[in-house]
Design a protein around this ligand. Structure first.
Ligand code: ADP
Ligand code: MG
Length: 452
């Protein structure tokens, strides 16, 4: 497995969960020393972990190294070493460099999203089949393939599944997965001359054979980027290189997208993913139970039906609610059999939130923004700083400020203890960009609509 920073970050989340469980008698230790920690980089087999003070470095080294190594070994089945360092050390240290330089470094293909763990039903069968065929015969069948549908229905999962399959079947093929927002960010770097005079079209021509581009609705209202994308797209198309796109709606309905792009996007094979059937939801849940090392018999059958019925509109929500149940059942309840009552209690606040329109909370805003950008809420409030996550984070801060009039410090505490000035900066950035940035205006207005 390639250890990209994002994978390591997800891994660290799992390690922290274990440590937290192990230190359950001593939650203060966890909160003071572990909670804010994050992986900075990987040097060979040594993971560099940043903690919040030099005292924390000393204490972790002398008292908790074994606990951390044990949790790491459990989660990875590999013997990693760990090196703790404080925030001050990283700003002054030249020794530790990020694994890769710029060029689309935030993009990677997530090995956890595969065809094997994608549950197929009527709602997604065509999209699944087309994706599988394209991965096996790149460039020869339909070009481009466009998968469209609402948020949380598996579009990104399929893109990564294609990427993984192509990488294993055609190792020499250069596959790039990129979120459209990331494409926009990189575009700015190329245009501002940061890429040593290489044009973005040339870069794509040379470095990419198979392009997976997620959430193309983000290209709307970005004229110059659309133009560049059009050039890249035409070049790909004429060379028979495969392009797969996703969009949150049929492109013809997308305001502010160049007509030529609209036409191109649907000229290959446009496929819709719909909301999953109850049966598909139930299968997804069963798969999740197995993936967590549990047995279906640990759950009353009504639990699965209850989840499939309550959260069937969005698989991300379904999974989030179910993860909450697992956490609740294991951590709080300690029981090894999950009854319907436990399940209902575990998600009662989610169900209430869904039912209670009118009352807006900061959590609701965070969930809505995370959902809009297709990232988990914990990443939004966490430490990762890819440009896409940073933008989403700033938007969430801005919305909490403007809709709930929350104090900056309070907002900071919702976002992993960021300080007043950081939040104010984020909010100001969004306020300023909103004056001119049509794409941002649309994003904010869409999210606001979802919050009504
Ligand atoms: P989208 O990109 O359409 O917003 P994602 O691909 O991010 O949705 O899916 C959200 C979550 O739901 C992911 O964790 C994904 O693995 C899961 N998911 C969606 N559809 C399925 C499916 N058919 N089988 C298994 N998991 C699914
Ligand atoms: Mg997505």
């Amino acid at each position: 497995m390639e250890n990209t920073l994002s994978e390591l970050t997800a891994l660290w989340g799992r390690v922290l969960n274990r440590i937290k469980a192990e230190l359950a008698d001593d939650p203060l230790v966890y909160d003071s020393f572990f909670k804010d920690s994050y992986i900075h980089s990987l040097d060979g087999k040594t993971i560099n972990v940043v903690v919040n003070s030099s005292l924390a470095v000393q204490i972790l080294r002398s008292q908790y190294e074994k606990t951390v190594l044990g949790a790491l070994a459990d989660c990875t089945e590999t013997n990693f070493d760990v090196h703790f360092l404080s925030k001050d050390q990283i700003s002054s240290s030249a020794a530790i460099k990020p694994a890769k330089p710029a060029y689309f470094s935030d993009s990677y293909i997530n090995p956890n999203y595969t065809f094997d763990n994608f549950v197929v039903g009527e709602s997604n069968r065509e999209a699944y089949q087309a994706s599988l065929m394209i991965a096996q015969n790149p460039g020869h069948l339909y070009n481009p393939v466009l998968i469209f549908g609402e948020s949380g229905l598996g579009k990104t999962h399929l893109l990564h599944a294609i990427g993984n399959k192509v990488k294993s079947k055609y190792p020499a093929m250069k596959v790039l997965y990129i979120h459209a927002q990331e494409f926009l960010n990189e575009y700015v770097k190329f245009v501002s001359g940061d890429m040593a005079g290489i044009s973005i079209s040339d870069w794509f021509k040379n470095e990419v054979d198979f392009l997976l581009i997620d959430d193309v609705q983000f290209l709307a209202n970005k004229e110059r980027t659309e133009e560049t994308f059009f050039t890249i797209y035409n070049d790909f198309y004429s060379r028979g290189k495969q392009v797969v796109l996703t969009c949150d709606q049929h492109p013809s309905k997308l305001n502010g997208l160049d007509e030529r792009l609209k036409t191109r996007f649907v000229q290959g094979l446009p496929l819709c993913i719909a909301q999953p059937e109850r049966e598909t939801c139930e299968q997804i849940l069963r798969m999740r139970i197995r993936a967590n090392g549990l047995k279906e018999s640990d759950f009353d059958p009504e639990v699965i039906t209850f989840f499939a019925n309550t959260f069937h509109k969005n698989v991300r929500e379904l999974e989030g609610a179910f993860d909450r149940l697992l956490f609740f059942a294991v951590q709080m309840n300690g029981s090894n059999h999950v009854t319907l009552k436990i399940a209902q209690t575990a998600v009662s606040s989610l169900v209430d939130v869904k039912a209670a329109t009118g009352t807006l909370s900061a959590e609701k805003v965070i969930d809505a923004v995370a959902d809009y950008y297709g990232i988990p809420s914990y990443q939004l409030t966490g430490k990762i700083r890819t440009s896409q996550i940073a933008l989403a984070r700033h938007i969430a801060m801005y919305l909490i400020r403007s809709r709930l009039d929350a104090p900056f410090a309070k907002i900071g505490s919702l976002f992993g203890g960021r300080d007043h000035a950081t939040v104010m900066n984020g909010v100001n950035k969004v306020e300023n960009s909103l004056k001119t940035d049509k794409g941002l205006q649309k994003a904010v207005s869409d999210i606001n609509k979802r919050l009504k």
